[in-house]
Design a protein around this ligand. Structure first.
Ligand code: ACO
Length: 448
């Protein structure tokens, strides 16, 4: 088995959203705080008829239909999510409804959870399975599904919601360079969900930013080290065509990429010319801690990074800026943005991904792209995902309506014995939606 990786992708995000500019004014934040300060344009959210299970049902059925994959051909199904609707029953088992119907119950895999990293764990599991001696020749299927909602306050504009499904197998147009991986895992209380009665996390925003950047530095160091051992030459950001980051909000992506340039400057790497060297030299003596606090370093490295950012990062930012943090799906929505924007020119290119989950777990890894053959080609993936159309056909809500929905969802979280409005008028045909949670907490869905 060669070139194991992603054969096909589908993305689903709710058709309901709120403009960040509107939310900003409603929240009494200073003008530009959410749009420029956080770098976000719009935020998607689930109304009372959608949740992580319905979104994943929608993404999986749509992927199977649009790429004409027989559900019998799936041998492993892994879900990454941090949205807990049940502490025992996995989301994967809800998705089995799709496969039971055609008699396929022989499917391994369950859910993986650690904040926004669960999708990456699920993806690695599937890729490893296809590369292993227990592989039976069928496809793997990975689903990242999350609804990111925060209590009222500074974190609220960093919500979002989506599900992404990815088909895994050999001879993939999106192949793993499996030897090129660097991880960093540690114990931290930066973002966690200890209150099981609430969907909202406990979050130390500033600490989570620093943890993210520290994990990025550490992953980049081991990634570079492994590259150098394998290729016999130094790695720098010019050795990859795109850098895709877990994207809680765009400003952090800008800072992260600048951080890679700073790392390159400390290593005397080839991406750093004389002018850049001069700009960043004053910061080379900072301790790690000091470097995370220095505003001057942030500014200087962002300046040096700007032309590279426009070329290697900007094309990855579309969906995360428009939909918001989709937790486990965020990184893959950023990756889907590159395919959407650049599918015509990706043949032969290398894309580096950085996955981060608070708590904390992080990995940097590398993908090598080829056009591939229909239906598993980059151009077909772009046309199936149909991102521009999905973004365009959304409905903007007022902040009052959004807050009202958040209040209703707070009451519904963990509750039983209720019917939803069953109002699916805003949903596209083929979308699953929630009908009822009965007195025994059993959830029932329908397909529009
Ligand atoms: N115009 C332009 N920029 C502005 C304005 C304005 N009017 N007002 C503020 N800003 C800038 C600030 O300068 C700051 O930018 P900087 O970081 O470059 O300095 C930015 O907007 C944010 O403002 P802050 O006051 O620093 O942020 P705040 O405390 O309001 O909260 C935070 C931001 C911490 C990101 C919060 O939204 C949060 O906690 N989110 C959830 C945690 C998170 O996503 N962490 C990321 C990794 S972990 C994960 O993925 C969940």
């Amino acid at each position: 088995t060669k070139n194991v990786g992603i054969l096909a992708m589908e993305i689903y995000f709710p058709p309901t959203c709120i403009q960040q500019e509107v939310l900003e004014a409603h929240d009494g934040a200073s003008k530009g705080k959410y749009t420029i300060g956080l770098g976000q344009d719009c935020m998607g959210f689930c109304t009372e008829v959608e949740d992580v299970i319905s979104m994943s049902l929608t993404a999986v059925t749509s992927l199977l239909e649009k790429y004409k994959v027989d559900p019998k051909q799936i041998g492993r199904l892994e879900v990454g999510s941090e949205t807990v609707l049940d502490k025992s029953k996995s989301i994967k088992t809800f998705l089995m409804q799709i496969f039971e119907g055609c008699g396929n119950t022989d499917i391994e895999g369950v859910d993986s959870t650690n904040a926004c990293y669960g999708g990456t764990a699920a993806l690695f599991n599937c890729v490893n399975w296809v590369e292993s001696s227990s592989w039976d020749g069928r496809y793997g299927l990975v689903v990242c599904t999350d609804s990111a909602v925060y209590a009222e306050g500074p974190a609220r504009p960093t919500g979002g919601a989506a599900a992404i499904a990815m088909l895994i197998g050999p001879d993939a147009p999106i192949a793993f360079e499996s030897k090129l991986r660097g991880s960093h895992m540690a114990h931290a209380y930066d973002f966690y969900k200890p209150n099981l009665a609430s969907e909202y996390p406990v979050v130390d925003g500033k600490l989570s930013q620093t943890c993210y950047l520290m994990a990025l530095d550490s992953c980049y160091k081991s990634f570079c080290h492994k590259y150098e051992k394998l290729e016999g030459k130094q790695f720098s950001i010019v050795d990859a065509d795109y850098f895709v980051f877990h994207s809680p909000y765009n400003k952090l992506v800008q800072k992260s990429f600048a951080r890679l340039l700073f790392n390159d400057s400390l290593r005397n790497a080839s991406s750093i010319d004389e002018a850049a060297k001069e700009k960043l030299a004053p910061f080379s003596s900072l301790t790690g801690d000091e470097s995370y606090q220095s505003r001057d370093l942030e500014k200087a490295s962002q300046q040096v990074a700007k032309p590279f950012y426009d070329e290697k990062v900007q094309p990855t930012t579309l969906i995360p800026k428009q939909v918001g943090n989709m937790y486990t799906a965020s990184l893959y929505a950023a990756f889907a943005s590159v395919i959407h924007n650049k599918h015509k020119t990706l043949d032969g290119q290398r894309v580096i991904l950085f996955s981060y989950g608070s708590g904390l777990t992080a990995t940097m890894f590398s993908l090598r792209l080829r056009e591939g053959q229909n239906p598993f080609s980059l151009s077909n993936i772009a046309s199936v995902m149909n991102v521009a159309e999905k973004l365009k056909s959304r409905h903007e809500f007022s902040p009052e309506k959004f807050v009202e929905i958040m209040h209703l969802m707070e009451k519904r979280y963990g509750a039983n014995d209720f019917l939803t409005s069953k109002d699916c008028s805003l949903l596209a045909p083929g979308t699953y939606y929630l009908l009822e949670v009965d007195s025994k907490y059993r959830r029932f869905y329908a397909k529009k």
